[in-house]
Each structure stands twice: as structure tokens, then as C-alpha cells.
Design a binder for this molecule. Structure first.
Ligand code: ARG
Length: 422
């Protein structure tokens, strides 16, 4: 068999990729090697692996990529402060480039000529896989059987039944779900009506905020150079820290996001997310940045965050621009070390304390207490003199031209000052 006829499939164990194995053998004359990657979605990947083999894969691999994912994709995105459209922590979008990288690595080891994924033709994920593989291994073909075959869910079920392929029990769910440590996304079913409140069965990671413990909980998160390193004083590996925060935040109803999102392929879609750890960490990280970063760095970094989010969402993780933005982001994080204390309570999240050895907050400058105040009140007068100079110049000139008050005050305010209490 030649390399072109061997293919590495990203195998989740769901209906689509289970049907894809025999379909590719029959229709593309391709031998299929299954690769199942654990990004923390809490599936039993050993049984997924066995299913791949029973379904006709010639080999089936399982890789635990949880730490790789959190350290190299989720945390850098946290450090960048990147939320797509201001709300989505990009869980799925961050997982795809890593899966693509692992597919490419295995394809090269196995001398396969192609990789394959189970994405449909309507989503962002097909773009992310295709583009990431093109960047990493232009010589490899990317097969997308689910995009190419003309089967709906009933056809797939029939196809599977005819070949004796077992269908996973999760198929009873009306939703389309993707999950990794950085979050869980839920689409389809009743959620396709953006007016419908998500029913209870949508949520699996988060308690209903109204039913969470009334007293809530406090948690202290320590960061080193922008990376979360410990919880309540206990140093933890990246993936364990995120797992713990997902459990803790979930128990307090933190991290539900309900969003109508602009997909890259031009569709608006209603997306529900559960992302307790990401939600907590974004708030904590931002609080620490506000203590340790200069005002201009914070302002400029918001622009970078938005660019980063767009690039990641659009599947351009391996682009030159994303790489270059990382150089900036990493540099900004040099002094983002310290601790943040948060209160989690019935779906709400509040930063209630922060401290850092590199804090730019100076009590002797900030205090309203005269004793110990080192701020130069005298300089403030001089500063304002120059800061306000252009405005005073403008008013002087425009007064001379005779029209100042109408231009400078909205009309209603004008009238107020004329007939106001007097
Ligand atoms: N809308 C999100 C994104 O594009 C989540 C996609 C979930 N993917 C899936 N195959 N269910 O990143």
C-alpha cells in the first residue's frame, strides 16, 4: 500500500468519525489509522480506541495532550487576554491547531499521505484543521469525509447499522457538543432559537446559579509571569489547576456564556458555553495586570488581544502574525506575578483582593490620608495647567469669534444654565 492510501483520522468515537472509518475504506480506498486525543473532555479514550479498531481502523492511538494544550495554547491565550467577540474563551478554536499538529506528527511517523477530520461544511473547525495542516505539512492531503458525503444523521445511523458498527449512547442527546479543559460548547436542538432560554440539560459542568451554595467560596490564585501556578497556596500542574477550577467554579455556577456568534464561514450561530476555569482565570489575570502593567501597555494590549482572538478563531494559530503577537504578549507578562483572591458565589465572580511584589500600586501615592502622602499636589496644579492648555486656547479663540457656548455645550445644557435654579 502506498503512502497516499494511508490516512490518519482524528477520531473522537462519535457517530461521524465512526462512520468515516468504513466510509473512507470503501469510497476512498484508504487505510485508516485512528488518533484520539485527550484534551480533557473526560471521555474514556481506551474504549474509544477499542471502538476504532472494531470499526475497521488498522491502528488506533491515544495521546494525552492535556498539559500540552493548557501550557501552550490555553495559557498563552489567557496571557494575551483573548476573548472572541469579548466573551468566548476560544476553547474549541485553541484545541484544533494542537490536534492538527499531532495528526501531522503521526502521519509522518506512519508515512501516511493524508490526514482526516470529522468536521462538517458549516463550521469553523474544518477551516482550522485544513489551514493548520496546510501550514505545518503542505505535502499532506486533508480529507473531510463528513463534509463530502451526502448523509444526514438517519443515513449515517443506517450506514452504521448495515455494517454492524456500534453507535455510542451519547447520540440520544439533541445537542452538538465539543469540550476540552478550556470549555464546553453546546449547539443545536432548541438552542437554534436564540429566544429560547437554554434548558437545564444543556449544562453539564455548571450548577444552576440559583441552586449553588449561598455562601459561595473564596479562592486564591497565584500567577508567575502571567501563568497560573497555584490555588490556595498549593502549586499545581497546569492541567490539574484548570481541572480544579472547572470543578470549583462549576459548583458555584460560574462560567455560563450564551452568545450569538459570527462564524468565519459567514453564519451567525447561537452558542452556549460552559467555561468555569477560563472565566475565573481571565478575571484573575486581568486583576493582576491592572496592578502590574503600565496604563499604555494595558491599552495597547487590548488591541493585541482582539487581534489574537480573531486569528485563533479564524484558524490562523500558525500564522506569522500570531507568532509575532506572542513575542509582545510574553514580554508584557514579565512582571505579571502575584496573587489574586476571588469570591465565587451563585454564578457571580468578584475579585476581592490582589497583591504583587511587582505591584505598580503605591500606597504613598494613592492614599487620601494626608499623613504619609507623597504625591505632589503642587505639581498637579502645574500639570493641569499644561494639560488643559489646548482647551483654554480653543475657548479663547472661539469666544473671540463670538460663538463659543453653542459649540461647546449641548443645547439642553445651555438652556439649563440659562433658566436653571437661580
Ligand atoms: N463556536 C465555537 C467555535 O467555533 C465552538 C465550536 C464547537 N465545535 C463543534 N464541532 N461542536 O470555536
Amino acid at each position: 500500500m502506498t503512502a497516499a492510501q494511508r490516512c490518519v483520522l482524528a477520531y473522537s468515537g462519535g457517530l461521524d468519525t465512526s462512520v468515516a472509518i468504513p466510509w473512507m475504506r470503501e469510497n476512498l480506498d484508504t487505510e485508516v489509522i485512528a488518533l484520539s486525543i485527550d484534551l480533557g473532555e473526560a471521555r474514556d479514550l481506551r474504549s474509544v480506541q477499542e471502538r476504532a479498531l472494531r470499526t475497521g481502523a488498522t491502528a488506533a492511538y491515544v495521546v494525552d495532550a492535556r498539559r500540552l494544550f493548557v501550557e501552550n495554547f490555553a495559557f498563552p491565550s489567557l496571557m494575551a487576554g483573548a476573548l472572541y467577540e469579548g466573551v468566548y474563551p476560544l476553547a474549541t478554536a485553541l484545541g484544533r491547531p494542537l490536534i492538527a499538529k499531532l495528526l501531522v506528527d503521526l502521519a509522518r511517523e506512519e508515512s501516511a499521505g493524508a490526514v482526516a477530520h470529522g468536521c462538517t461544511g458549516k463550521g469553523n473547525d474544518q477551516v482550522r484543521f485544513d489551514v493548520a495542516v496546510a501550514a505545518l505539512a503542505p505535502e499532506l492531503k486533508v480529507l473531510a469525509p463528513v463534509r463530502d458525503w451526502d448523509m444526514g444523521r438517519p443515513d449515517e445511523l443506517r450506514y452504521a447499522a448495515e455494517r454492524g458498527i456500534e453507535v455510542p449512547a451519547t447520540l440520544a442527546s439533541p445537542y452538538s457538543v465539543d469540550a476540552n479543559l478550556w470549555g464546553r460548547s453546546i449547539e443545536a436542538g432548541i438552542l437554534e432559537d436564540p429566544w429560547e432560554e437554554p434548558p437545564r440539560d444543556v449544562f453539564q459542568w455548571t450548577a444552576d446559579p440559583g441552586e449553588a451554595p449561598p455562601d459561595g467560596a473564596l479562592v486564591e490564585i497565584a500567577f508567575e509571569q502571567g501563568r497560573p501556578v497555584s490555588l490556595d497556596g498549593e502549586p499545581l500542574a497546569a492541567e490539574v489547576l484548570v481541572e480544579r477550577l472547572n470543578a470549583l467554579g462549576g459548583a458555584h455556577g460560574i462560567g455560563r456564556i450564551d452568545h450569538v456568534e459570527n462564524r468565519l464561514v459567514g453564519i451567525k450561530s447561537r452558542e452556549v458555553y460552559e467555561a468555569p476555569a477560563a472565566t475565573i482565570l481571565f478575571a484573575a489575570h486581568q486583576a493582576l495586570e491592572s496592578l502590574t502593567l503600565a496604563r499604555d501597555v494595558m491599552r495597547f494590549k487590548r488591541t493585541v488581544a482582539e487581534e489574537w482572538a480573531r486569528l485563533v478563531y479564524d484558524g490562523l494559530w500558525f500564522s506569522a502574525l500570531r507568532h509575532d503577537l506572542w513575542a509582545f504578549v510574553r514580554s508584557t507578562q514579565e512582571f505579571v506575578s502575584g496573587e489574586v483572591r476571588m469570591r465565587l458565589q451563585r454564578g457571580s465572580l468578584r475579585v476581592v483582593g490582589r497583591k504583587s511584589q511587582q505591584s505598580l500600586y503605591r500606597h504613598e501615592l494613592a492614599t487620601y490620608d494626608r499623613a504619609g502622602d507623597r504625591f505632589s499636589h503642587e505639581s498637579a496644579r502645574g500639570f493641569i495647567e499644561l494639560f488643559g492648555l489646548p482647551l483654554r486656547t480653543q475657548t479663547a479663540v472661539q469666544h473671540a469669534l463670538g460663538d463659543a457656548s453653542r459649540r461647546l455645550l449641548p443645547e439642553r445644557l445651555d438652556r439649563l444654565s440659562a433658566d436653571g435654579p437661580g
